[in-house]
Design a protein around this ligand. Structure first.
Ligand code: ACO
Ligand code: LMR
Length: 272
C-alpha cells in the first residue's frame, strides 16, 4: 500500500493549493475551508475572517460585529501612549515601517493593552468559583497581583473610558448573556471604593465580554473555551487593532519629516 511520509508541519486554518474543494470546484485559496470567492459573495468582513482564521468557524453576525468594534475602538489612542510613543521615536530615528511598527507593538504587555487574556482568565476563574468581587479583589491583593483589566493612567470614576461604555452597550443589546461582564462591573464597583483610578479599562471590558461571547454564542464547547482562554487568543485583538494606529503614526512622522527625537534634559531627574 501507500506509505505516507511524515510531515514536518501540520496546518489546519488555511490552504492555498486550490484543492479545498468541499464548497467549490474552482481552484482557489480557502480560509478554514471557505473559498475566497464565497467569502466575497457572502459579504464577509474582517470579523468573519478573524472567526475563520483564529476560531476555525463562522460566527454569528453579532459576534463578528463585536470583534470588528473591538478592532475599531482599539485602533489608536493618541500619540502619548506607550506603543505610539515607541513607534514615533523609532520612525524619527529614520527606521522603516516594519521596525517602527514592531517597536510600538513590543510595548504591548501586562500593563499596556496586553492584559486582555489575563483579565479573561482571572474574571472567569473568580466567577466560576463563585467568589464575590470583594473576595476576588482581596485575594489578588494578598497574592500581590494587580487585577488585570482594572486601572488606568488617565481615566477615572468620574471620567470613564468611552470605549468601555460603547462595548458594554453593544453587548447588553446584542449578547444573549453578559454574566461575566456584569461580574467585572461589580469588581469595578468595589475597586472604585478603593481608588478613583481603578476603573474598568478597555482590556477588562474586552476580556470579560469575550468570555460572554464564547459562553453565550453556543458555538464553542466548554473545553474549547478553556483552551482559548488558556492559550490566550484575546491579546491578539489589541495587537491587531493597534497595528492600524501604529502604522498611521509611522506615516504621520514620515509625512511631517520629523527629525531625530532626543528627550529634553529638563525632563529627566538626574540623581545618585
Ligand atoms: N489592581 C489593584 N490595584 C491596582 C491596580 C489594579 N489593576 N492598578 C493600580 N492599583 C493600585 C495599586 O495599589 C498601586 O499601588 P502599588 O504601586 O503599590 O501597587 C496604586 O493603585 C497606584 O498604581 P499606579 O502604578 O500609580 O497606577 P497607574 O495609574 O500607573 O497604573 C495601570 C495604571 C498600569 C493600567 C495599572 O492600573 C495596572 O497595572 N492595571 C492592570 C493591568 C491592565 O489592566 N492594563 C491595561 C490597561 S488599558 C490599556 O493599556 C489599553
Ligand atoms: C490605550 O488604549 O492605549 C490606552 O488605554 C492606554 C493609555 O494610556 O491611554
Amino acid at each position: 500500500g501507500k506509505v505516507r511520509a511524515p510531515t514536518h508541519i501540520i496546518s489546519t486554518i488555511s490552504d492555498d493549493r486550490g484543492t479545498c474543494l468541499f464548497y467549490s470546484r474552482r481552484e482557489e485559496p480557502c480560509y478554514a475551508g471557505v473559498p475566497m470567492s464565497s467569502i466575497l459573495e457572502q459579504g464577509f468582513g474582517v470579523g468573519d475572517i478573524i472567526s475563520l482564521l483564529w476560531f476555525k468557524r463562522s460566527l454569528p453576525r453579532y459576534c463578528t460585529k463585536f470583534i470588528e468594534i473591538c478592532i475599531m475602538l482599539c485602533a489608536d489612542h493618541g500619540p502619548c501612549v506607550s506603543g505610539a510613543h515607541n513607534t514615533i521615536v523609532t520612525a524619527r530615528a529614520g527606521k522603516d515601517l516594519v521596525s517602527s511598527l514592531v517597536s510600538g507593538l513590543l510595548t504591548i504587555g501586562p500593563r499596556f493593552g496586553g492584559a486582555i487574556d489575563d483579565a479573561a482568565r482571572y474574571f472567569k476563574d473568580a466567577y466560576d468559583r463563585g467568589l464575590t468581587p470583594y473576595e476576588f479583589v482581596e485575594s489578588m491583593k494578598k497574592k500581590g497581583i494587580r487585577v488585570p483589566g482594572i486601572g488606568h493612567r488617565i481615566k477615572r470614576g468620574d471620567n470613564r473610558d468611552k470605549r468601555v461604555e460603547l462595548l458594554q452597550e453593544f453587548a447588553r443589546t446584542n449578547f444573549p448573556s453578559v454574566k461575566y461582564m456584569e461580574y467585572a462591573v461589580q469588581v469595578e464597583t468595589y475597586t472604585l471604593t478603593k481608588a478613583n483610578n481603578l476603573v474598568m479599562n478597555v482590556d477588562g471590558a474586552i476580556g470579560s465580554l469575550f468570555l460572554d461571547l464564547l459562553a453565550g454564542s453556543g458555538m464553542f464547547t466548554k473545553p474549547e473555551i478553556d483552551e482559548i482562554v488558556e492559550i490566550g487568543y484575546l491579546n491578539g485583538l489589541f495587537v491587531l487593532a493597534r497595528s492600524i494606529g501604529l502604522i498611521g503614526h509611522t506615516f504621520d512622522q514620515k509625512r511631517l519629516k520629523q527629525p531625530l527625537y532626543r528627550h529634553p534634559w529638563e525632563d529627566v531627574l538626574y540623581t545618585k
